[in-house]
Design a binder for this molecule. Structure first.
Ligand SMILES: Cc1cc2nc3c(=O)[nH]c(=O)nc-3n(C[C@H](O)[C@H](O)[C@H](O)COP(=O)(O)OP(=O)(O)OC[C@H]3O[C@@H](n4cnc5c(N)ncnc54)[C@H](O)[C@@H]3O)c2cc1C
Length: 41
C-alpha cells in the first residue's frame, strides 16, 4: 500500500507519523510545496 500526504505542516506530518507507527512497511510520501516540513520534538 502507498500513502501520499499533500502538505507537510501539522496535520500532514501527524498523518504521516501515525501511518508509519501503525504500518512500518507502508510506502509513505509527503509532498510539501515549501522548503520546510513541520516537526514536534
Ligand atoms: C499567525 C498564526 C499564529 C498561530 N499560532 C499558533 C500557536 O501558537 N499554537 C498553535 O497550536 N497553533 C497556532 N496557529 C495555528 C496553526 O498554525 C495551524 O493550526 C496549523 O498550522 C494547521 O496546520 P495544517 O497542517 O492543518 O495546515 P497548514 O498549516 O495550512 O499546512 C498546509 C501545508 O500544505 C502545504 N501545501 C498546500 N498546498 C500544497 C500543494 N498543492 N502541494 C504541496 N504542499 C501544499 C503548505 O505549504 C503547508 O505547509 C497559528 C496560526 C497563525 C496563522
Amino acid at each position: 500500500m502507498r500513502f501520499v500526504v499533500i502538505g507537510g505542516d501539522a496535520a500532514g506530518m501527524s498523518a504521516a507519523s501515525r501511518a508509519r507507527r501503525s504500518a512500518p512497511e507502508m510506502e509513505i510520501t509527503v509532498l510539501e510545496q515549501g522548503e520546510d516540513v513541520s516537526y514536534s520534538a
